[in-house]
Design a protein around this ligand. Sequence first.
Ligand code: HEC
Ligand code: HEC
Length: 252
Amino acid sequence: MWRLSQPALTVGLILAAGAAGQTQEFADADVENGQAIAVGTFEPSPGGACFRCHGMEGAGDGAAGFPRLTDQAYEYMVESLREYASGERPNQIMQPIAAALSEQEMRDVSAYYASLEDAPYPPQTDVEPDVVQQGAILSAIGAPEEGIQACVNCHGPEGIGLPPTYPFIGGQHATYLRQQLELFRQGERQGQNGIMVYIARQMTDEQLEAAVQYFASLRPEGVTPEGESRPVTGAAPPPGIAPIPEDIPGVD
Ligand code: HEC
Ligand code: HEC
């Protein structure tokens, strides 16, 4: 039943959260300490200066499959670090790094990345218009007959994310998006209530690739194709309803 009722509920909650601004926990976190953790000057070193892979600006590295962290919601990052540490979200690289952080350090470093405003985007690579179009349709309306819900229901318009629970995926590196969808499919990454496991398993290879290419090709408003940056805030993005494409092939 969540399939029908959850999106409306989510949007309602987000409106409330947006109005309230940052959570108290986020506001209380020590961003300077978070920066020290990211640089690795923090003692004892948690084993992995975050900047080596995610960059000081949180831009990540598409070629290496290191995700972009800027634009990601504070709460989602803290939760991800907890899941890596416990092994609930298994990953050989992130597990020991997260396990070396205390709860407060997870909050501080997440607050650091969530408060960054201007991480550059990589230049857009060539995309296949047909494939991207198919991804845009999946995002906007899903494939209801195949049990695939519209991505916008949870990830927001253009994959901007709906804090605190739903990560941003619009503008994330393709390598990382593809890898996560595969992990969901295999059940390696369970996530919340198995929602994404279900969705990823319903998707054909073609649909999965279309979603990856579409979301990776998005750039927030104001970003040029060359990847010039835009002002981003660590706070919740304004909620909105994604525009449904004007003409969707095969849909009346
Ligand atoms: C050696 C490279 C490396 C270092 C150092 C590193 N990471 Fe990561 N990080 C990764 C990789 C690879 C992933 C994706 C893992 C997966 O498949 O789940 C990741 C994923 C994440 C995610 C999940 C993002 C998402 O969208 O779900 C967060 C949050 C994160 N890292 C935070 C950190 C923090 C904070 C530090 C420093 C304390 C750090 N990482 C250090 C490589 C690194
Ligand atoms: C009913 C809500 C819901 C819908 C619909 C949904 N997702 Fe998700 N998605 C989530 C949640 C929640 C997470 C965070 C992982 C977790 O804890 O389950 C997530 C995580 C992801 C991630 C990993 C992001 C990261 O930073 O690691 C990707 C990629 C993703 N979703 C793609 C999609 C695509 C593509 C669609 C549409 C075909 C979609 N999702 C539809 C709820 C949803």
